[in-house]
Design a binder for this molecule. Structure first.
Ligand code: DGJ
Length: 405
């Protein structure tokens, strides 16, 4: 009250003069309330903690990815809801914008699920890990995501594609596909083309679900899906310096990762792809390019439960890839989980920090399958050391960490 103007000072014996003063104070509080942000400006990243948007609500963009466009970052991710059905898509893909990577403004739902039960993206489908890239030739924003048709568990293993004219949408669903129907990968072997092993695998009638097992090695899952298209679950997108875009996805019942070139409009697979890390059961791929080399982070395959992160490096995106060690170091004190459980998280994206060559942020999700909306985000700086890198736990950090590199 020391800053109050003299005419606004309240005294116990001047009731009449108190009335305009009270109105003035009320008006002032309303004005401040109107213009003050709901949450204080954030200046640090706190991995694993609730991350409030500028309205004061926990950011709802899980399994997400980030697009930098016209001096702004856009974070797209799965909009989760509370309770057990929250992992099924009830709303769609949420998008937030930020200039500084700390403070995020809710830009609404970029892609809505459909109320038409016949749509591939009918409300209640599984719509995971959306990623958006911008096509400089067509000027369209193109979104890809992992899609499981409603009511069919995780058996569909499809990729959904949507487009928009504006960065925050609305995105229009185009179609869903299984990648590269009718095409063999560049590194196909004669055994994989063998019609007998294809027939034997087809006779198994897709009895391959249930996670990692040795059974998958005894069959020819790649060959059995050649005609109809390959399975595609966990995924990311990557645009290279030459504008060529790639889709990386867990295929062959999650046993093997595929890396596929997209067509020039980014709306389809170009038919040119490779199988990498066969039978290493990698999920959650995330990729970046640093000093001409490609770096990959991924996870193992244990559903919503965390496992140890994987990493790899290659001179060519189509390989050969050299698998490296688990890049994570340190312990998340919130759950006592360290590298063996990726701090409780699972990778989703590697974000290049604009204007800072060599600065990359590894993004992970801490899933909460029983109440998915409460899932949190672990963002940590990637520290390159020669052709290796590490991701060290930090309770909180800011972008100045990159100045010291
Ligand atoms: C692990 C994947 O990485 C997630 O995106 C999700 O598909 C879960 N499996 C489902 O169990």
């Amino acid at each position: 009250m020391s800053k109050m103007t003299p005419q606004c000072k309240m005294t116990s014996h001047t009731f009449l003069s108190d009335v305009p003063c009270a109105f003035f104070c009320l008006w002032l509080f309303c004005l401040i309330g109107l213009f003050a942000p709901a949450t204080a400006q954030q200046t640090v990243i706190k991995p694993g903690q609730m991350w409030l948007d500028t309205k004061g609500e926990h950011i709802n963009a899980h399994g997400g990815g980030i697009l930098f466009h016209e001096r702004t970052y856009y974070w797209y991710g799965e909009h989760k809801v509370g309770g057990a059905p929250g992992n099924k898509a009830q709303v769609g893909v949420h998008v937030y914008s930020s200039k500084d990577l700390y403070n995020w403004t809710d830009e609404g739902i970029a892609l809505e699920v459909s109320s038409n039960p016949d749509s591939d993206i009918a409300k209640g489908c599984v719509l995971e890990r959306p990623k958006v890239i911008f096509n400089a030739k067509t000027k369209k924003f193109v979104m890809w995501f992992h899609l499981e048709l409603k009511g069919r568990g995780y058996s569909s293993a499809r990729s959904g594609i949507a487009v928009a004219d504006n960065v925050t949408g609305p995105f229009t669903f185009v179609r869903s596909i299984r990648p590269n129907a009718g095409h063999w990968p560049q590194n196909v072997t004669p055994e994989e083309k063998d019609p007998k092993s294809i027939a034997r695998t087809k006779a198994e009638k897709e009895k391959f679900s249930g996670g990692p097992s040795d059974k998958h090695k005894q069959f020819n899952i790649l060959g059995s899906h050649m005609e109809g298209g390959q399975m595609a679950r966990d995924m990311t997108l990557f645009v290279d310096d030459d504008g060529k875009a790639y889709h990386l996805y867990s295929s062959e019942h999650n046993s093997t990762l595929h890396i596929s070139l997209l067509t020039d409009d980014y709306l389809d697979h170009a038919g040119s792809y490779v199988r990498v890390f066969p039978f290493r059961w990698m999920e959650a791929p995330a990729i970046c390019k640093h000093e001409g080399r490609y770096y990959l982070i991924a996870s193992g395959c244990t559903g919503w439960s965390p496992n140890a992160a994987r990493s790899a490096v290659a001179d060519n995106i189509f390989g050969p890839w050299e698998e490296l060690e688990n890049p994570c170091m340190g312990v998340n004190p919130q759950n006592q989980l360290g590298p063996e459980k990726t701090f409780g998280g699972q990778s989703t994206f590697i974000l290049p920090v604009e204007g800072k060559p060599g600065a990359f942020i590894a993004m992970f999700d801490i899933w909460r399958p029983k109440d998915p909306i409460t899932g949190t985000y672990v963002w940590l700086p990637i520290q390159f050391e020669g052709d290796r890198f590490k991701i060290e736990w930090m309770d909180e950090w800011d972008l100045s960490v990159f100045l010291h590199r």
